[in-house]
Design a protein around this ligand. Structure first.
Ligand SMILES: [Zn+2]
Length: 533
């Protein structure tokens, strides 16, 4: 395995054969239409035989040069941007936003690392911001090619990219006003606008699971269920060389977990030569997914008995729909009584609509429980989606028992802050934490049961009970990831490239992988080139 040091191609100019082509088969005829121009660029009229007989031999028997490198999510968990270079042509896997402190993420997001028109085709594994958030910037910078995604990922990504454009526009207004107050010059501009998000969506081509397509004459893509969120996919790429040799590369995207509600378990693609594997929870074991519903039932029964309110800060995509799905099941089965449940987040409401129109992503359990009986899993009598601010405020005056599911997931913004401000001093309130709470967030302080919390500038006494369910994670822990790896045909596996994880987690995960019989693991470094030829 040769390992280069710097990606020299990052600043190089587009190659002559970097033209766009439609999906095609890699038949011999097609292969002949796109020989590597660097090999056949000289013309020797007097050597007719050479041109007719020898050059095709060169084309068909030249081993391919395959390189892999990452320009994001290398030793970190945001900004996924991985590249495959095949005979000098670049293919992008995910184009996500960096998230973190404003200054650092802004700098990283603007430093794209590769010229947009150098990219031949792009792939999106799923609709989370850290995987799709920079596609509008890519198209703004001149990328004209296709972005392959499952239909559900396309829809979710569209929602997320538009939301990101809106947030940036609002940030620009706010920062401009702040600068004007201080008499400072204001120069910051959003990374992209709504029109760029619309352009990115227009370049997304829906490709269903298990429907292989040729994204170039020598490159086949097939999506397999990743079990992470609706529409999430592993990208299984087969590169065919002129010598007939095939190299299979499996990019896991974010690897999900078995037993999650709504979607199917992670699939088992055919034997890969290389795996690009995420490592978010490489040092952790989660609670069993089965525990989530039981705990939810217990907590709900408690607020019914105290006539309290249950506030659940939740991410708009997947977590909210999972909660709705569980509450629907619990109500249907009579485990909890019918009490009002409100989804109070416009983003979550829009995302739920997308969940409703993609039953092709559903697992057997949800089909058995709802679809078979012509029932909408995300709609039932006691569930309401509030849209206007007035409706949201009206919830303040309602008495319990009731449940409010609202964003943002870490309580740093959004309507959940209003609900917390109104209810956190009431001992009959329960706040249920179902997701990761980063340090220095309101959600983290509540999780740590701080006696006082500051919301909207007010210092409030926390009298509400705090509960936590750890079973909702959408990422495989190390045990689940290893079990999944062992279920694959690894007879031709040469190497695992570890991405999308913090260094501490990756070091532990590498050790677990070695112990489990996977000794060839490289922790991918930013910009370092790995040879897959
Ligand atoms: Zn994700």
């Amino acid at each position: 395995m040769g390992v280069g040091q710097t990606p020299a191609f990052v600043s190089s100019k587009p190659k002559a054969c970097a033209r766009r082509r439609p999906i095609m088969n890699w038949s011999k005829e097609n292969a002949q239409t796109c020989p590597r121009p660097r090999i056949v660029s000289f013309r020797l009229d007097s050597f007719f035989l050479l041109e007719v007989h020898i050059i095709p031999l060169l084309v068909y028997h030249t081993p391919m040069a395959i390189k892999f490198y990452s320009l994001g999510a290398a030793e970190e968990v945001t900004g996924s941007k991985h590249l495959l270079e095949i005979d000098g042509k670049s293919y992008l896997i995910d184009c996500g936003s960096f998230q973190g402190s404003r200054a650092e993420s802004d700098r990283k997001n603007r430093d794209f690392g590769i010229e947009a028109d150098r990219i031949e085709a792009a792939i999106l594994t799923h609709g989370h911001l850290d995987h799709c958030g920079l596609f509008p910037l890519l198209t703004k910078k001149g990328y004209k090619g296709n972005i392959y995604a499952t239909p559900a990922s396309r829809d979710l990504a569209s929602l997320i990219m538009m939301d990101s454009a809106n947030i940036q526009a609002r940030d620009a207004e706010y920062l401009r006003a702040q600068a004007e107050k201080k008499g400072e010059k204001f120069t910051w501009t959003p990374l992209y606008e709504e029109k760029d998000a619309i352009q990115a969506t227009s370049q997304m081509l829906g490709v269903s699971y298990n429907r292989p397509v040729f994204i170039d004459s020598n490159l086949k893509l097939e999506f397999f269920d990743a079990g992470h969120i609706l529409g999430s996919a592993m990208a299984y790429l087969t590169v065919k060389g002129g010598d007939g040799k095939e190299v299979n590369i499996l990019a896991s995207g974010d690897l999900g977990r078995p037993g999650k509600p709504i979607i199917r378990d992670p699939a088992k693609p055919p034997a890969p030569d290389y795996i690009v594997l995420e490592s978010t929870y490489g040092d952790r074991l989660h609670e069993n997914t089965d525990d989530a519903m039981n705990k939810l039932a217990e907590i709900t029964k408690r607020i019914v008995s105290t006539k309290g309110k249950l506030l659940i800060p939740s991410f708009a995509i997947e977590r909210t729909q999972e909660l709705v799905y569980y509450f629907h099941l619990l109500t249907d089965e009579g485990i909890i009584p019918e009490i009002p449940i409100f989804v109070d987040s416009p983003m979550a409401t829009n995302a739920t609509t997308i969940f409703q129109v993609h039953p092709e992503c559903y697992g057997e359990e949800i089909k058995e429980a709802f679809i078979k009986h012509h029932k909408n899993p995300f709609g039932f009598n006691s569930l309401q989606f509030t849209s206007s601010v007035l409706e949201s405020k009206a919830l303040n005056d309602r008495s319990g028992p009731l449940i409010i599911i609202s964003a943002d997931g870490m309580c740093e913004a959004g309507r959940i802050q209003h609900h917390l401000a109104h209810n956190i001093e009431n001992p009959n309130t329960t706040v249920l934490i179902v997701g990761f709470m980063a340090e220095n967030t309101l959600g983290r302080r509540i999780l740590e049961k701080a006696d006082e919390v500051r919301i909207h500038g007010m210092l409030l006494k926390r009298r509400a009970a705090v509960q936590k369910i750890n079973a909702f994670s959408a990422h495989a822990d190390y045990g689940e990831a290893i079990k999944w790896l062992k279920s694959l045909d690894t007879s031709r596996l040469k190497k695992i490239f570890m991405v999308h994880g913090e260094p501490k987690s990756q070091a532990v995960f590498k050790k677990h992988l070695e112990d489990a019989g996977f000794p060839n693991v490289d922790i991918v470094k930013y910009g370092q080139v790995y040879d897959l030829s």
